[in-house]
Write a protein that binds this ligand. Structure first.
Ligand code: NAD
Length: 491
């Protein structure tokens, strides 16, 4: 055990943040729980319609009058650099706010989430004076120039599984592109994001350009998306909510929408994979990280039959060696399940999977961790056909299915999922096979002899099929927050 902090001693920044002011919510009551031990971190009230109106109107005014979208690019870069420096200076505070109420273990938050958030703000800050237009080849006497412009007010909705990083992936490019943003974090995990936004204002971002409205999706989220003052919607969450978001966004103003949704990513392993121990590490890590609550987790092992037994045994050993524990202990390698409802969903899918013929090779139930928290044993299922819920549905828990294949074509067919397409992994020493498999897997990212996470701010990630559309990270993550105008001149 290496307990890094005492969650009872954390001062959580409560309420909504609008124009740099923390305001008490007027919407529904709910408790923000610590998933690690089930205790209440804070009782909250979400942002009701009045605060949604206030935040969007403030964002509209700020977009028009603060001068941020039109100010000198290098001045905006200086603010973003200072913002990133402030994140570095508040590193430990942000890390603890994040780990206390989420399923992110403090070690991972320190290593990746806070540092990457600062890095993304620097990356998109640097990009501000690289936003370019173009001149088209038109007939004589005509000049057609394409210029990029911000949308205006961006409504952003983020999930609970990697709260700070996924919110920053919206905030940093939207602000760098010159938009104002109103972000609704998950009601389960608002605190680190409120502080991140406050640090932006401290760095010199006009206060009205960023608001954070915690609250329930059905109340705050839906009101925000349907608000007529919003010009663009950026959503990360489940595929089912994504459908609702698209419908709501179409109700008022027909706003453009980008969706980062769920996944069911394959790990396609050929018998000539360079190092089975490393493949086993990658598969086990991918399935167990964050208690399995990762959108791109490689939860479908599609493996050449001749190495199935050996590889599964290696993965099994690694899964048996995880350490369940609270997120404030940096020795924890199996995080809690986020909520009782998430655990109930996971267990219901496993029951359906078994009823459909799947057999349990490893795990299959809850394990002890911190008292009061829900911890689910890393689980391996086999003999599940493609239409079985364990193979078909996103479970969002530490559950791996195993599907053996005999020949190349069968492997490719099993690897490509009929509905999801967020990511995939291919493990082979043969370049030709690797490229053919990468072509066949219809997903936004295919890792070869590797499997996530994305560690380069410039490498875009995003879904195919029902995993969504629109990229996060990189220049593509910036361009989605810009629209294009053709200025056509006759001379
Ligand atoms: P969710 O869809 O339940 O909620 C996501 C967010 O939407 C939350 O803030 C929630 O309050 C809000 N919301 C819910 N109903 C809403 C509505 N009607 N209108 C507006 N907002 C609403 O998802 P979750 O359980 O928070 O997160 C897990 C899901 O997110 C998984 O499916 C996971 O794969 C996906 N995810 C995807 C990515 C990606 O980049 N593709 C990253 C992380 C998580």
């Amino acid at each position: 055990m290496a307990v890094i902090f005492d969650p009872d001693l954390i001062d959580f920044p409560s309420g909504s943040l609008i124009a740099g002011e923390r305001l008490r919510g007027s919407g529904q009551h709910y408790a923000v729980l610590r998933p690690s031990d089930g205790k209440v971190a804070r009782e909250e009230r979400g942002a009701g319609q009045d605060l949604v109106d206030r935040a969007v109107n403030t964002a509209r005014d700020s977009y028009k009058t603060s001068g941020w979208p039109t100010s000198e690019p290098r001045a905006r870069q200086r603010v973003m650099r200072k913002w990133a420096d402030l994140i570095d200076a508040h590193f430990e505070e942000l890390a603890r706010l994040e780990a206390a109420v989420s399923v992110r273990v403090i070690g991972a938050v320190r290593l990746r989430d806070v540092a990457m958030s600062a890095e993304l703000i620097r990356f998109y800050g640097e990009a501000i004076d690289k936003i370019e237009g173009s001149v088209l080849a038109t007939r004589a006497g005509k000049l057609s120039t394409l210029v990029r412009e911000p949308y205006g007010v961006v409504a952003a909705i983020a999930p609970w599984n990697t709260p700070l990083l996924l919110a920053t992936l919206k905030i940093a490019p939207a602000i760098a592109a010159g938009n104002a943003i109103v972000l609704k974090p998950s009601e389960l995990t608002p605190y680190s994001i409120i502080r991140l936004a406050e640090l932006g204002v401290e760095a010199g971002l006009p206060a009205g350009m960023i608001s954070v409205l915690p609250g329930l999706g059905s109340e705050t989220g839906s009101a925000l998306i349907r608000h007529p003052g919003v010009n663009y919607v950026s959503f990360t969450g489940s595929a089912a909510t994504g459908v609702q978001v698209m419908c709501d966004a179409a109700q008022t103003g027909l706003k453009p929408v980008s969706l980062e949704l769920g996944g069911k990513s394959p790990q396609l392993v050929f018998a000539d994979a360079p190092d089975l121990d490393r493949v086993a590490d990658l598969v086990a890590q991918s399935v167990c990280a964050n208690g399995g609550q990762v959108c791109f987790a490689g939860t479908r092992l599609v493996v050449e039959r001749s190495i199935e037994g050996e590889l599964v045994e290696k993965i099994r050993t690694r899964m048996q060696n995880v350490t369940p524990g609270p997120t404030w202990d940096d020795q924890t390698t199996l995080a809690p399940i986020a909520s009782a409802s998430q655990a109930a969903r996971l267990e219901a899918i496993l029951e359906q999977a078994k009823a459909g013929g799947a057999e349990t090779l490893e795990g299959g139930g809850r394990v002890e961790g911190e008292p009061g928290g829900i911890f689910f044993a890393p689980t391996i299922l086999h003999k599940a056909p493609p239409e079985n819920p364990a193979v078909r549905d996103e479970i969002f828990g530490p559950v791996l299915t195993v599907q053996p294949f005999e020949d190349f074509e069968e492997g490719l067919a099993l690897a490509d999922h009929p509905t999801f397409g967020l990511a995939g992994g291919v493990h082979t020493s043969n370049l030709q096979k690797a490229l053919q498999a990468a072509n066949a897997i219809q997903a936004g990212t295919v890792w070869v002899n590797h499997f996530g996470p994305n560690t380069d701010p410039n490498a875009p990630m995003g879904g195919y099929k029902q995993s969504g559309f629109g990229k996060d990270f990189g220049v593509m993550g910036l361009n989605k927050f810009l629209k294009t105008k053709n200025i056509a001149i006759t001379f």
